[in-house]
Design a protein around this ligand. Structure first.
Ligand code: GDG
Length: 726
């Protein structure tokens, strides 16, 4: 039976004192346990210790295998470079918009690459055809592409637990292209929020120049998809914790020591993204400006130690402890210190008791992928578990904010706003607290961690890996037979984007060394015309003398096979409209850096390939609407192609040239192939012949009958040559 392989840096295991591994049921593990699939789940992840500190790696591997776990062993150097370095000191701050904290070291990137390779090796030990692999988080950005390369048909999902920042931040990363390409190896890429998805797509455009639809793109014959999957909390786990006998004990103890005082809770890993110093500043501001609450309220700050070996985190801990001491020194009375700083973790039933008793929970990260504490707090407000009513104060910069509209929303950088929210929470009527809580509970329970995992896995399983229409690539072998039929046959081939990929400078996009020999093989059996928007000089330079017909400038002029003479396809073309159009293109060029005008005999083209992609596109739309008005009564066609706006004489088109050649050559079978809007004129002709096939290279918005991409189309031409020679 096929299986699901889960991959994360950390494994859901802990080592007993005797070194034997034992499964744990923390966050991700419990979410995945709820996946309603019969497929067995296996887990691949870092063993948690350095190789140097693992006395018997083979024995550990064997005992983990019994738990369906494959450990990845990393040396101390690898842990420093990959985990502490690239993942936590480069990517983590950058993904959280803290570019000034991010550190960049070449060695780290190299360790990161190698560690991702090691994860791939470990997966390959157990993976079989038909399995599904679900990779988690920023430690493993390169893994999807590495796996794709080694097993092209594997179903691969990726989920990012952190934010995906604006492309303005992401582009700071020296390895930005490699990281995006790594991710694009996945079939499905999931984010917590719509904004993260939006930023990711904008990075694809700005950094890789890849245009995408809202939830997918076509790439090398594949269709990587994207989606929004806000993670939920472990609902079942917290309800079990509240049913634990220790829960009521802790609850009673804490209620006793609180007496009539109100409790304001915060729970987080001590990480600079969580905004603990800012929270302390807000608490100080609150104590100074709302003196009526002093003595009646106590703040419990549960700060779980995190990454303590890193200097920056050790400094953060010191700063926080110093400030807690200062505030307590200033505001404590004989029987009460306002802040209880609890620098440790608690068992789940004790944490649940904290949630259930707290009159407010102060969740104020500066940036947070999701933040589960907010959801857990709201879920633990249950009367049947003796919970007190409470109000959630939530940073607008947490991924959870859009899902929790009934929280008191704050900007964590504004001390006065947070202090006012604390006052509002403390004075809120109980009925309102329960109303706000109930209004959020239903949603977060229905979308808990298990529901999240189920939805992602279901979408991933549904994602089609087949090379069919769905993935943007048709099976072109159906065309072979008609090329074996009787009568004259012809191929009408666009050049840029069809036989050759794009380059930033058009002159760099020259044919590769295999193209002309391949076309020559084909031309022994079928007629070939290169039908391009390029000037005649370019086509002559690269394709003359091989027996192909050349159609230049989108069908304006052509030369017969082996003839150096060029003739106009339609000798009666009128181009006097150019003087009306040129001023508009000049204006667009002046205000859009990186654009230029190309003048062709029968067309004018405004190019914006080198402009900022989003700004260029916006200006192109403005130009198009201007031109639609200006050219209403002129004999031209205006079209928006790939990074161009073209105004061309209506009397000239690739389609008319193809019609002309089909008649001139007396074709019975023809195939026209192209990627651009100008090629649609070839697809639209009604050729009165036995077989007229059309292939569009790229997305699916076309009149052509078949879809392909450059890579698959080239393979098709090679196979066609083999067939014709057979
Ligand atoms: C990353 C993203 C995203 C905390 N103290 C105790 C304890 N915890 C548990 C909480 C909660 C978890 O730790 C913290 O989760 P968060 O979501 O708040 O934050 P990160 O650890 O930074 O997680 C984050 C998450 O991934 C999931 O995608 O939401 O944005 O940064 O579950 O309950 N648990 C126990 N005792 C404690 O003292 N038992």
């Amino acid at each position: 039976m096929s299986k699901i392989i889960l991959v994360s840096n950390r494994l859901p295991v802990r080592l007993n004192e005797d070194g034997t591994p034992q499964r744990t049921t923390g966050g991700l593990a419990s979410a995945l346990a709820a996946v309603e699939s019969e497929k067995p789940q296996h887990w691949v992840g870092w063993s948690g210790n350095s190789l140097e500190n693992t006395p018997d790696p083979e024995a550990l591997r064997e005992s983990m295998a019994k738990l369906d776990i494959v450990p990845v062993f990393l040396s101390e150097d690898e842990i420093d470079g990959f985990y502490e370095g690239y993942a936590n000191a480069t990517l983590w701050p950058l993904l959280h918009y803290m570019a000034q904290r991010a550190r960049f070291e070449n060695d780290w990137a190299e360790h990161y690459r190698r560690a991702n390779e090691k994860f791939a090796d470990a997966i390959l030990e157990i993976v079989e055809e038909g399995d599904t692999v679900w990779i988690h988080d920023y430690h493993l950005f390169l893994l999807p592409a590495i796996l794709r390369d080694r097993m092209p048909n594997l179903k691969i999902g990726f989920f990012l637990h952190t934010p995906f920042p604006s492309s303005e931040i992401f582009r700071v990363l020296p390895e930005r292209q490699e990281i995006l390409q790594g991710l694009l190896g996945a079939d499905l890429i999931g984010f917590h929020t719509y904004n993260y998805l939006r930023h990711f797509r904008s990075s694809l455009l700005q950094i890789l120049g890849l245009e995408s639809d809202m939830d997918h793109l076509y790439l090398d014959g594949r269709r990587p998809s994207f989606g929004v999957y806000p993670i939920g909390h472990n609902h079942k786990g917290f309800h079990e914790a509240m049913a634990h006998p220790g829960y009521l004990e802790t609850h009673a103890e804490m209620s006793g020591s609180l007496k009539d005082r109100k409790l304001i809770l915060s729970v987080e890993r001590l990480d600079y993204t969580k905004g603990v110093p800012q929270k302390l500043a807000a608490i100080r501001h609150f104590l100074e400006n709302y003196p009526q609450h002093r003595g009646n309220v106590v703040f419990a700050i549960i700060a779980v130690p995190s990454r303590e070996s890193v200097d920056e985190y050790a400094e953060l801990t010191e700063d926080v402890q110093r400030e807690v001491g200062a505030i307590n020194g200033e505001f404590a009375t004989m029987d009460l210190a306002p802040i209880n700083f609890l620098h440790r973790g608690f068992p789940p039933h004790e944490l649940a008791a904290f949630y259930s008793l707290a009159d407010s929970c102060l969740v104020t990260p500066l940036v947070d992928g999701m933040n589960l504490v907010a959801k857990e707090y709201v879920d633990c407000k249950r009367k049947k578990f003796n919970a007190r009513p409470g109000a959630l104060i939530l940073s607008e910069f947490a991924g959870a904010a859009p899902e929790m509209p009934h929280a008191l929303r704050v900007n964590p950088y504004s001390v006065s706003e947070v202090a006012a929210a604390i006052d509002q929470a403390l004075t809120m009527p109980e009925d309102e607290m329960w109303e706000r809580t109930r209004a959020m509970q239903d949603h977060i329970v229905k979308n808990d961690a298990g529901a999240w995992a189920n939805r992602f896995v279901a979408d991933l399983e549904e994602h089609s890996c087949d090379l069919n229409e769905d993935s943007g690539v048709s099976d072109l072998s159906v065309l072979f037979d008609s090329f074996k039929s009787q009568g004259q046959k012809a191929l009408f081939l666009d050049y840029d984007g069809t036989l050759r990929g794009f380059e930033n400078k058009a002159e760099d996009a020259v044919p590769d060394s295999e193209l002309v020999p391949l076309l020559k093989r084909l031309s022994k059996h079928v007629r070939i015309a290169i039908v391009s928007g390029r000037p005649k000089e370019f086509l002559e330079k690269h394709f003359a003398g091989h027996g192909f017909a050349l159609v230049a400038e989108h069908g304006y002029r052509w030369s017969r096979p082996d003839s150096p003479e060029w003739a106009l396809v339609n000798p009666l073309v009128d181009v006097s409209w150019k003087e009306d159009v040129i001023p508009h293109l000049e204006q667009a060029t002046q205000v859009t850096p990186g654009t230029h005008i190309e003048t062709k005999p029968s067309a004018l083209v405004w190019h914006y390939r080198l402009a900022d992609p989003e700004f260029g596109l916006w200006q192109a739309h403005r130009l198009l609407s201007e031109l639609t008005e200006t050219t209403a009564s002129l004999p031209v066609a205006v079209h928006h192609g790939k990074k161009i706006v073209e105004v061309a004489s209506q009397q000239v088109s690739k389609g008319s040239a193809v019609e002309f050649l089909i008649n001139d050559w007396n074709c019975r079978t023809a195939l026209a192939v192209g990627d651009d809007q100008t090629d649609e004129t070839m697809f639209a002709i009604e050729a009165d012949i036995q077989n007229y096939h059309t292939i569009h290279i790229g997305g699916s918005d076309t009149r052509a009958n078949h879809l392909s991409d450059i890579h698959h189309f080239r393979s098709f031409l090679e196979e066609l040559a083999d067939h014709l020679e057979a």
